[in-house]
Design a protein around this ligand. Structure first.
Ligand code: MTE
Ligand code: MO
Length: 422
């Protein structure tokens, strides 16, 4: 009779015949590509907020040297943030089964004794703590932010941002150590010398392959099928939120904004409703609401009627949220931001712009835009969408819409524009 070790630290405790270098290598190589894309699109997403511009945009004020790569976010192509952030969120969710399977495949190694055989081995194990901990942390905070809507009041960005750097540093070290062997393992198997793949001479195999495996119940490719199937299921129930339009309804796993926005010209996804933001009909009534525009020439107060007498322009632009959802292009109509800059005394190249709304509380009640965004002829203070006045939930009486920018910069219920270098 075989004895069954009770402690996970004894190799015999782990009995699945599926664990081995081949499975770990395939999953590792998928993550190598996927997590690199996640890291790059994540950094890009941070840059899109213009965090170097104003403290109100920057949710990680102590970024220090980590902001070395920031650049002026372009306004072309208009779907840029839809693509980068849609990729970030959709890919992150799709990779969850791969991440979990990868952890499952190496779990015996996490319990290995002695904890350290040498200084190098000790360092490797410490880096594994950062790798596994950092990976779980990044995926968890990301999913919570997408699913639960601001469970971290104001603090999601620093957590996810700093976590990303710690995780990616450990990830690069790990990949540099393991990727060459992983590639060899997968190649060997693909070349047909599979027979030896389960028990290769490589020292690595020792703790991955169960010394006394249970009899197999699925083929060795079985787990890949299951992981692939789970990932595919997550993909098809998420990606609709980034495609928008009719596909929005297929995004069963992306609950945000599924509150029915209604039909008609204003019938597209709503992030925060006017009610949620504390905007009342009295605040936005024609008699009460004025737009205050400040710049070189002091402050100008404009009523809605006066603004509608200024030259009106149109632009077809999407809204793309950090949460990964976006809308197809909507047809906006309003006054160009650069025309308002001219009104404030900036006739040539416009400066940066600080936008404030009627909203009194909440992180997104104000935002800073860069000069390149203000200068774009498609950047509007919009009064209409798809041929109709803005609905209260989409920002009546006026909202900002800027090409390629994250949704958070498209401030709704605007009350004040301050032009000047920030
Ligand atoms: N005043 C104000 N403007 C705001 C927000 C807000 O909370 N308050 N949310 C922003 C975010 S995060 C997004 S994604 C867009 C969504 O616009 P929509 O609700 O019209 O789709 O509005 C932006 N404008
Ligand atoms: Mo957003």
């Amino acid at each position: 009779m075989r004895d069954h070790p009770r402690l996970p630290t004894s190799p015999g405790f782990w009995r699945s015949p599926l664990r081995g270098p081949w499975l770990t290598s395939v999953l590792g190589l998928v993550l190598l590509t996927g997590i690199t894309v996640l890291f790059v699109t994540g950094l890009v997403s941070y840059a899109a907020y213009n965090p170097g511009l104003s403290p109100v945009n920057d949710q990680t004020p102590d970024k220090g040297l980590l902001g070395f790569y920031l650049f002026a976010w372009p306004t072309d192509p208009v779907w840029l943030y839809r693509l980068t952030q849609g990729t970030h969120v959709t890919l992150g969710i799709t990779l969850i089964p791969v991440l979990l399977a990868k952890l499952w495949s190496v779990v015996p190694r996490l319990f290995e004794l002695p904890p350290a055989r040498s200084v190098a081995h000790a360092l490797e194990r410490v880096s594994l703590v950062l790798l596994v901990g950092g990976g779980l942390f990044e995926f968890t905070t990301g999913v919570l932010n997408v699913q639960l809507d601001y469970v971290f009041p104001g603090s999601f960005y620093p957590l996810h941002f700093y976590g990303a750097w710690v995780f990616f540093a450990a990830f690069v070290a790990h990949a540099a150590l393991k990727a060459p062997a992983a590639v060899r393992t997968v190649r060997r198997r693909t070349a047909g010398r599979a027979g030896t793949a389960e028990r290769p001479a490589a020292a690595d195999a020792g703790t991955l392959v169960a010394p006394r495996p249970d009899p197999p119940t699925v083929s060795r490719r079985g787990p890949l099928g299951q992981v692939g199937g789970a990932s595919l299921l997550l993909l098809v129930t998420t990606v609709g939120q980034s495609l928008g339009g009719p596909f929005r309804r297929t995004a069963l796993l992306a609950p945000h904004g599924t509150a029915d926005p209604g039909g008609g010209p204003n019938g597209f996804q709503i992030n925060k409703t006017a009610g949620y933001a504390g905007i009342t009909a009295a605040d936005t009534h024609e008699d009460a609401w004025r737009l205050v525009v400040t710049g070189r020439t002091g402050a100008v107060r404009l009523s809605r009627a006066e603004l509608l007498r200024l030259p009106q322009h149109s632009a077809s632009l999407p809204i793309a949220c950090v949460e990964g959802w976006s809308t197809a292009d909507q047809w906006w109509r309003g006054v160009r931001l650069r025309d308002l800059a001219a009104l404030a005394g900036y006739d040539g190249a416009p400066p940066d712009l600080f936008v404030e709304s009627l909203q009194r509380h909440g992180a997104f009640r104000h935002a800073a835009l860069r000069a390149n965004q203000v200068a774009d002829p498609r950047s509007l203070l919009a009064f209409q969408v798809n041929g109709e006045g803005l609905s209260p939930d989409h920002g009546y009486p006026a909202r900002i819409i800027v090409p390629a920018a994250p949704g958070v910069l498209n401030t709704k219920w605007v009350s004040r524009l301050t032009f000047g270098d920030l």
